[in-house]
Design a protein around this ligand. Structure first.
Ligand code: SF4
Ligand code: SF4
Length: 247
């Protein structure tokens, strides 16, 4: 019986300032392959479908269980993680591209530092003074704990930013991921100490008013974070904050 062959098309780019180009490869099918396993096959045998030896494709991966977000890329047109993309559940040929909203470092690797800068901009943390025993933390309801737990699952993968038509190098919009973290940290009794500073950022250029409400973000989040709820919640908080700032 003829061997089953997977066709893989990969958008390559050797550095930030060189032009991208496509290469096609053939990989022998086996059971339970994911896209990371495909890329590992290509790294071992970097030869295109027409028999040309090429440099091995570059990509990033770490946890391999959809927790770190490092292997995020565009797979068959959709932003997602390569580790959880199973070859048998994808249509073939399989097309792999780097995210378009961040600078390409090489091939499928992009520089997503901007996302982490957004988290710094909105102070996405709970300030703690570690110089003395703080005792037990403030109590809050189980309902709020569950709501906050869901928001805390964000792994800063960037899929929502890739899908958002308002986000990108041409725009100052901070994006849905940071907005949702504003909701997470403002809803914590201690985190709320920085609430005004976070909402000040939401009022500025690139803040919540730049969201166009297309709702692409919520459709691609691998953690099913209720991003549009977060946007509505932070929008309401920002409106109240704006009125208070006038008084
Ligand atoms: S609702 Fe639309 S514009 Fe707003 S963050 Fe989501 S994708 Fe972007
Ligand atoms: S909100 Fe979802 S899609 Fe956006 S960065 Fe976090 S985990 Fe990724």
């Amino acid at each position: 019986m003829a061997e089953k062959v997977i066709e893989v098309r990969l958008k390559r780019q050797l550095s930030h300032d060189t032009a991208p180009y496509w290469e096609t490869y053939h990989v022998a099918w086996r059971e339970n392959l994911n896209v990371i396993a495909l890329l590992m096959e290509l790294r071992q045998n970097p030869v295109t479908a027409d028999g040309t030896a090429v440099t091995p494709p570059a990509w990033e991966a770490a946890c391999l269980e959809e927790v770190c977000g490092t292997c995020s890329m565009i797979i068959n047109g959709k932003p997602r993680q390569a580790c959880s993309a199973l070859v048998d559940s994808l249509t073939w040929p399989i097309e792999l591209e780097p995210f378009s909203k961040f600078p390409v470092v090489r091939d499928l690797i992009t520089d997503r530092a901007k996302m982490f800068d957004h988290l710094k901009d909105v102070k996405a943390w709970i300030p703690l003074d570690g110089t003395y025993d703080l005792g037990s933390g403030p109590r809050y309801s189980q309902t709020l704990a569950l709501e906050r737990y869901k928001l805390s699952e964000c792994m800063t993968c960037g899929c929502c930013l890739e899908a958002c038509p308002q986000y990108g190098p041409q725009s100052p919009f901070i994006g849905p991921q940071a907005v949702s973290q504003v909701r997470l940290f403002n809803s914590h009794p201690t985190g709320a100490m920085e609430k005004d500073a976070r909402l000040d950022v939401m009022m500025q250029e690139g803040g919540i008013a730049d969201c166009g409400d297309a709702q692409n973000c919520v459709k691609v989040c691998p953690k099913h974070i209720p991003l549009t709820e977060s946007i509505a919640d932070v929008s309401a908080q920002t409106t109240v904050h704006a009125f208070k700032s006038l008084c």
